[in-house]
Design a protein around this ligand. Structure first.
Ligand code: ASP
Length: 436
């Protein structure tokens, strides 16, 4: 059976197992379609309240989860040789997945040419609204690369924690966790405390999942009622390019990479994480989905050692779905304004997308901010960018929901491959649970 067929079967089985969440998602899309925000603002307000409440509740556990997971992950890995091995494998697999992602995206964008003749679609009113955003994005771009890298290490870890700045938090926690692991017996009480924090946050996650169906229902309804379905006519070629690249990544690239580097059965893994995939779609946030990604992977046999190290880092740094959208969007803008897309420029765009995506936060729209890093290379004026973005904004939420699915799935794929390579995958659990 083809790998993509295995993925489809796994997803269907997963949906069967989590039928209530899937029904919530479909009902949400239908309600959003029949009750557009502009015509039914009250319905929107109620649904938006429920959706935001759900996101807030999940986000509540994300910070304690990330901090405790990384600390216990690193202390479980123990000696520095093994840590270096886990770390380098993680960077290698995340790197391969994202390099393939930007290559697929560039190839598809050059083949479909979504930006050709797109100028005729511009709505001047929307352009006005968007000027502010573009100004912010360019401001970010001005803070040059060196500054961006400097900010990755927090001067004040508590300020980073209270502001929820994920990358600086992770940088601090990583250093702190390695130090704890090296400190020996005296660090044991603190590590035990974080083990309790981790166990408690996982328990809270189990409770939160009872709210998943209404939460995902409300989130998908508000998303569809806001963007409507009409927007797709306008830039259908762009949407087509994005969908094609994400589908190739999800159905072909991940299964192939899993087959090459591990013995993990594609069907079992996709079945195991189907719940997380639906929550990723509804929340458009890999950080908010993280508690569930960890629960799904651990319940299906990926060891806590791997999950608690690889998944939190992946949810923050590995954004291949985002890299795909960024690459296609920048090529779209270049085509729209007739910028000569030499092979060198395409490689530059793809390379910058690799960096820009991994500095993006795992929150809705996180990838939109860091796209500014890539825009530098194509030499468009702020006004031209505002006009281009006015088109892309219309479908932003929709593409965000889809790219987040890829961001979350690839984290689980890499965790499964590393677990397989390192003898940290309980195959009985993986096979047994998914067969349900
Ligand atoms: N929403 C994405 C995520 O959380 C990030 C982005 O591309 O905007 O993974």
């Amino acid at each position: 059976m083809g790998l993509h067929m295995q993925v489809i079967i796994a997803l269907l089985l997963g949906i069967k197992r989590n039928g209530h969440i899937f029904i919530g998602l479909i009902l949400g899309v239908l309600i959003g379609f029949f009750f557009p925000k502009d015509s039914y603002p009250q319905v929107y307000n109620i649904l938006n309240f429920i959706g935001q409440a759900f996101i807030s509740i999940i986000q509540m556990v994300v910070l304690p989860l990330i901090v405790s997971a990384i600390i216990i992950g690193i202390s479980n890995i123990g000696d520095s040789k093994q840590l270096a091995k886990f770390g380098s494998k993680m960077v290698l697999y995340y790197g391969i997945i994202t390099i393939v992602a930007v290559s697929v995206a560039a190839f598809i964008a050059l083949a479909i040419q979504p930006g050709l003749n797109a100028k005729g679609l511009v709505n001047p009113e929307i352009v006005q609204h968007i000027q502010g955003y573009v100004a912010d994005a360019l401001q970010y771009q001005k803070e040059n690369m060196a500054q961006i890298f400097l900010e990755l290490v927090p001067k004040n870890p508590f300020a980073a924690l209270s502001e929820g700045k994920m990358i600086p938090i992770i940088a601090f926690v990583l250093i702190f966790a390695i130090a704890l692991a090296r400190t020996g017996e005296i660090a044991r009480p603190l590590v035990s405390m974080f083990e309790s924090v981790f166990a408690a946050t996982m328990k809270v996650t189990d409770w939160i999942m009872y709210l998943a169906a209404p939460g995902i229902f409300a989130l998908s309804a508000t998303a569809v009622s806001t963007f409507g379905v009409g927007v797709f006519h306008n830039i259908s070629k762009y949407v087509m390019a994005v969908l094609a690249a994400l589908i190739v990544q999800f159905f072909i690239v991940y299964p192939t990479i899993m087959k090459i580097f591990s013995k993990v059965p594609v069907r079992k893994l996709y079945g195991a994480i189907s719940e997380a995939i639906m929550v990723a779609f509804g929340t458009a946030s890999s950080s908010a989905t993280l508690p569930l990604t960890i629960t799904c992977c651990e319940k299906r046999g990926i060891s806590n050692k791997v999950c608690s190290f690889v998944l939190p880092l992946g949810a923050t740094l590995n954004m291949d779905g985002t890299a795909i959208i960024q690459t296609i969007s920048v090529i779209f803008l270049a085509q729209m304004y007739g910028v000569d897309l030499s092979p060198l420029l395409v490689c530059e765009i793809a390379f910058l997308a690799l960096i820009a995506s991994s500095t993006a936060a795992g929150i809705p729209g996180g990838g939109l901010i860091t796209i500014a890093l890539i825009l530098n290379g194509i030499g468009l004026t702020p006004e031209q960018l505002a006009i281009g973005f006015s088109l892309l904004f219309a479908v932003e939420r929709f593409t965000d929901m889809l790219r987040t699915i890829c961001n979350v799935t690839s984290d689980a794929v890499v965790a499964a491959i590393i677990a397989d390579n390192e003898g940290e995958l309980n195959y009985e659990l993986l096979n047994g649970q998914s067969a349900k």
